[in-house]
Ligand binder design. Structure first.
Ligand code: SF4
Ligand code: SF4
Length: 501
């Protein structure tokens, strides 16, 4: 069933032609880096360093045998100055000395080996929620069908993948082929917007140098939001869709962001874990610059070094700067203590908070017209406001891809997507609680049945014992007891008899 469609959003402000990405710049190494420590449920990565440890660039800081826990590495050389529950602070020494224990690979790899490399290097998806790559590869079926490489960055503010391809296309293509070969995937498709002409050229040249290896298909798609959403990209590139309740992985599709493929290439061929990432920084004067930033770099460091012009009025009125992460469409507020992670694709520095107050829905229907997964956001909004779980289910809230198209067109400025995210979380929490309650009830019923069985077993045994025929030995005892009782009774009986005569 075709459940997705990319509407023609030219009239709705969701279609744009982006200028070519600016080349990658670098910033000085910060004085202090803060490397986050990964937790997953009750499991935390095991620390390999203590306060005072000397570190080299790329050196592992933690380890774990659990694929859900992400292993972290030092992004520059220096000394550990503090360790808290959530992060390791490194005082850098300015030498940026690389560890000599990095493991490079040139041999062909098996699926298990590439999964181990992904885990050992703490690789996560760099285009979305930061899912551990080792777990993603391990969850594929025995014979995956397709490797879908997502080179579409449809948000108007994000240019980092375009800059990355222009700088590193040969390594990216080499890495994509290595992943496909290791996972025994025969079909590889790279999806990219048709206006990234320079990147398309670079990829075609890199692919032409690899003709002896597996064939890669480069598919160009319209430059329109949200063409980079996984399921929409799949449909645009292959006209296929997974089943309504099927994930891409269970359908045999390994979907990877192009920046993740680059990070995998660095880990395999150079032994270097993902200790930096290319990030677009949007400045208050509207420029889009691309920086290669070390993971653990504080956002404050970027504000200090990225030169931009602020309007005089905002300086005079001492308007504070606002920092968000994730581009114009999927942005979330960051505090200045936040640090760069593998998922930091875009940082926006602005003079305004950009929050509009909302008014009630006027039922204009603009949100339904634009929704790429054919949902009815105005009805979802009503169901979410009163948290009507049944109605949310009927309206397929779980199919919302959180693209924020409905927010952008809503004349009432209702934060629809935030409501749907909250409703989904609430619904999943309720489902989980229901599952836990059902399991507890099942356990209780089982225990009651067992106790009942034990009780009736005991009763049966005692009845059996009572009803059991006397054995020869017990018969003898019974006779002896009866004789004894009658012997005791006889003198009285005689006295009674005497008195009667
Ligand atoms: S776009 Fe906004 S105002 Fe219009 S129907 Fe949807 S929720 Fe209501
Ligand atoms: S965020 Fe809005 S437009 Fe996007 S999928 Fe969800 S309901 Fe549809």
């Amino acid at each position: 069933m075709n459940i997705l469609h990319l509407r023609d959003n030219r009239q709705r402000g969701l279609h744009w032609s982006k200028p070519r990405a600016r080349p990658i710049e670098t910033l000085p190494v910060p004085d202090t880096l803060y490397i986050p420590i990964s937790h997953w449920q009750q499991t935390t990565a095991e620390l390999l360093v203590t306060t005072g440890s000397t570190l080299y660039k790329g050196q592992p800081l933690t380890r774990s045998y659990n694929h859900n826990v992400i292993i972290t590495h030092a992004s520059s050389s220096g000394e550990v100055i503090d360790i808290s529950d959530n992060r390791i602070a490194i005082k850098t020494d300015g030498r940026d000395e690389v560890s000599d224990e990095l493991t490079k690979t040139t041999d062909s790899l098996s699926r298990q080996e590439i999964t181990d490399i992904a885990h050992r290097n703490g690789l996560t998806g760099q285009g979305g929620a930061g899912f551990p790559l080792a777990r993603k590869i391990a969850s594929l079926p025995q014979q995956p069908q397709l490797l879908l490489v997502n080179a579409a960055e449809c948000d108007p503010d994000i240019h980092c993948d375009d800059a990355l391809i222009q700088a590193y296309a040969p390594l990216v293509v080499e890495s994509v082929l290595t992943i496909a070969e290791a996972c025994e995937i025969d079909r590889v498709v790279i999806g990219i917007e048709n206006d990234k002409t320079r990147s398309i050229e670079q990829l075609q040249q890199a692919m032409a140098r690899q003709t002896a290896r597996q064939n890669i298909e480069l598919v160009t798609i319209p430059s329109q939001y949200p063409s980079g959403a996984e399921n929409i990209l799949l449909q645009l590139c292959t006209s296929e869709q997974p089943g309504p309740h099927e994930s891409l992985a269970s359908a045999g599709i390994l979907s990877m962001n192009i920046a993740t493929c680059y990070a995998m290439g660095q880990a395999v061929f150079n032994g270097m874990p993902p200790i930096s990432r290319i990030t677009t920084v949007v400045t208050p004067d509207g420029r889009h610059r691309n920086f290669k930033l070390l993971t653990g770099t504080p956002v404050n460091h970027i504000l200090d070094y990225v030169a931009y012009e602020r309007p005089i009025a905002s300086i005079e009125q001492e308007v504070p700067l606002h920092v968000t992460q994730g581009g114009r469409m999927m942005s979330e507020a960051l505090d200045t203590q936040a640090v760069i992670t593998q998922q930091s694709n875009c940082i926006t520095i602005s003079n305004t908070k950009g929050v509009q107050s909302s008014v009630p829905c006027i039922r204009c229907g603009a949100c339904s017209d634009i929704c790429p997964v054919r949902l009815m956001p105005q009805h979802l909004h009503k169901a979410a406001t009163h948290f009507d779980a049944q109605q949310l289910d009927n309206l397929n809230v779980d199919r919302c891809i959180e693209c924020r198209c409905c927010d952008v067109v809503c004349p009432s400025a209702i934060p629809l997507t935030a409501q749907f995210i909250q409703a989904k979380e609430h619904k999943h929490r309720q489902n989980n609680e229901q599952i836990a309650a059902d399991l507890a009830k099942q356990r209780y019923d089982k225990r009651q049945r067992r106790l009942q069985k034990e009780r009736s077993g005991k009763r049966r045994t005692s009845l059996k014992e009572k009803a059991a025929p006397a054995t020869p030995q017990s018969r003898k005892d019974l006779i002896a007891q009866a004789l004894k009782r009658s012997a005791k009774k006889k003198p009285n009986d005689a006295a009674d008899n005497g008195s009667s005569h």
